[in-house]
Write a protein that binds this ligand. Structure first.
Ligand code: ADP
Ligand code: MG
Length: 383
């Protein structure tokens, strides 16, 4: 054993196979209503995977099926190479933490954390040692004798986390674990959970609807929409290379402009016309044909603002209508000739001071930074 019980990373199985969760063709229906699937999902050993999506997109149902608390209508769930599709939750040995924490209010912090170990009939001395170590890790060491009702929201969240981790599960599943906390505490806990993950190397599958949370904690993110996974990958990839308009808009801010494809260059780029016939060069995502109605997306930080036209391609003229202060930058809203508005991130305070509302301005949209998606495919998986 190493110095600390908690420093020992999860070992690969003796045959060298990595611990994994593999969902194949998973579907869940209630009556004739399919709420999840079909989805295929592979969770790698030791990774921090976030299931991100709007309310009702099937994240909790998917997590419940991994936990064994819901049975899929079809498909299989394999964990560590074993088909566990129909194995009850208590035999999966997963750490599961839900939003309401479900702590025992009449017990102390220490008794709550010890609960999973008592259930597993560990010796008293081993229980005391493991509770002490995990409590120190989440900074609850001084509160072991406190009652749950005398704790703050953040402390309760730590107790729930400690109780989830105390029996060293090789996989931890969490559903909106920070939902009950205020913003400051939530951000602090995101960093702490990430730190614990990096230290324990346990596989984490975490549900959230909060994109900042997903960005802070995850190695990879699976974006859910209407019961299916639109895209899965590292956050940077989803952010800079969204596969669908839904992903482009759900992760980070985006401007969406209505346009029509007027020329395809190759499989990755095309020219589109806005409704006022302004023509722009763009990157194309999916199979775009001439004549298709498309949605053009560009992030506020990718667009540029200038007072004078330049030689650069993709400059659109407009009228500055609003300036919104965001602390470390401004959001400038520009109304284009066709009536659409576009938001541009500006950090130059001098420029802001010299541009009162009503000013004539030019918005630059770098071709490599704007993408078009077929309009009818918005929210669809088959792009
Ligand atoms: P999320 O966690 O992404 O908000 P859920 O997985 O909780 O989404 O729910 C997905 C969809 O399944 C929702 O439309 C929800 O109303 C529906 N749903 C969940 N549980 C049931 C149930 N027991 N009966 C019928 N519909 C359900
Ligand atoms: Mg949910």
């Amino acid at each position: 054993m190493s110095d600390s019980y908690w420093e020992t990373p999860t070992q690969a199985a003796s045959d060298g196979r990595r611990d994994q969760i593999i969902l194949t063709g998973i579907e869940k229906s209630y009556g004739s209503l399919r709420v999840v699937g079909p989805i295929d999902l592979e969770v790698r050993q030791s990774e921090f995977l976030t299931l991100l999506g709007p309310s009702g997109s099937g994240k909790t149902t998917t997590l419940m099926m991994i936990a064994g608390l819901q049975l899929p209508s079809s498909g299989t769930i394999e964990i560590d190479g074993q088909d566990l599709t129909k194995v009850p939750p208590y035999r999966r040995n997963l750490g599961v933490m839900f939003q309401d924490y479900a702590l025992f209010p009449h017990m102390t912090v220490g008794q709550n954390i010890a609960f999973p170990l008592k259930q597993r009939r560990l010796a008293k001395s081993a229980i005391a040692e493991q509770v002490r170590e995990v409590a120190d890790m989440v900074e609850l060491g001084a509160l072991l004798d406190r009652r749950i009702q005398d704790l703050s929201g953040g402390q309760r969240q730590r107790v729930a986390l400690a109780r989830t981790l105390v029996f060293k599960p090789k996989i931890v599943l969490m559903d909106e674990p920070l939902g009950a906390l205020d913003r400051r505490l939530r951000e602090q806990m995101q960093i702490e959970i990430k730190r614990i993950h990096d230290r324990l190397k346990t596989t984490f599958v975490v549900v959230t609807h909060d994109q900042d949370e997903a960005l802070t904690m995850s190695d990879r993110v699976a974006v859910f929409n209407k019961g299916i996974i639109e895209q899965i990958g590292p956050v940077e990839e989803l952010y800079s290379n969204p596969a669908t308009a839904f992903v482009a808009n759900f992760l980070g801010d985006n401007n969406n402009l209505v346009a029509r494809c007027v020329e395809t260059r190759n499989s990755h780029s095309c020219r589109v016309a806005l409704t006022d016939d302004t023509v722009l060069e763009t990157m194309a995502v999916g199979n775009i044909c001439v004549g298709d109605d498309v949605t053009l997306t560009v992030r506020p930080e990718s667009a540029t603002l200038s007072k004078m036209p330049s030689q650069a391609v993709n400059q659109v003229r407009g009228e500055l209508t609003d300036v919104i202060f965001h602390g470390d930058h401004w959001r400038v809203i520009v109304r284009l000739k066709n009536g659409a508005s576009i938001s541009v991130k500006v950090s130059d305070g001098g420029m802001i001071a010299s541009l009162p509302p009503g000013s004539d301005v030019f918005v630059g949209i770098p071709p490599s930074k704007c993408r078009v998606f077929r309009a009818e495919n918005e929210g669809d998986s088959n792009v």
